[in-house]
Design a protein around this ligand. Sequence first.
Ligand SMILES: [Zn+2]
Length: 229
Amino acid sequence: MTRMMYGSLLDDDSRYMQYALREAERALESGEVPVGCVIVYEGEIIGKAHNQRETLQDPTAHAEILAITQAAAHFRSWRLEGAKLYVTLEPCPMCAGAIILARIAEVHFGAHDPKAGACGTLMNLLEDKRFNHHPTVFPGLMAEECGTILTRFFRRIREGTGTPKPQRPVGVSELRGVAHEQDVLARRPAQSFPRQFEPERAIFSNFAFDPDAPSMGFDGEFAEGESQA
Ligand SMILES: [Zn+2]
């Protein structure tokens, strides 16, 4: 009888990390560095993704970035205040930056990343008080399981038995988890969104252009002397 077999016995944080680990497994199956991430708001998973850097041939396609984009689409807002992010590997500087910009409240990560960790290992961007938002960091959650899947992947690579990496172009609908976004929206009635939105003005697709929508660089609260972050 192991903890792994009895999900209901896990505390909430470990349960969400299990979902992130499942995402990491999906990355492993497709020949990607196995990192998975979920974003949770009030007990509901609103973003779920795995690293797709090779599949999308996109250096920004880290699990956290893809999950943040889904969660923002879910809320139709770039503000993810109150959301908790669970990721199997310590976020890199890019992802730590996105986490700060999204105003995510808590970051729970599994394995430390000695090569790129920006949440305590090489630096700690998330708790740098010079930024205007400081997510609380909970390091080392299920670190062993999260590290083991990475070890397995890199061992396979060294032994030359790794899955061949896909090098295929992908359609926009696959990009940034748009299918998933529609999935979560379908399961959640619009009136239950915590923030008000006007559907006719909302930028539902990441790629649609609405000339009346506020630009990403300006949210109406951008006072002189403040940074865009
Ligand atoms: Zn990253």
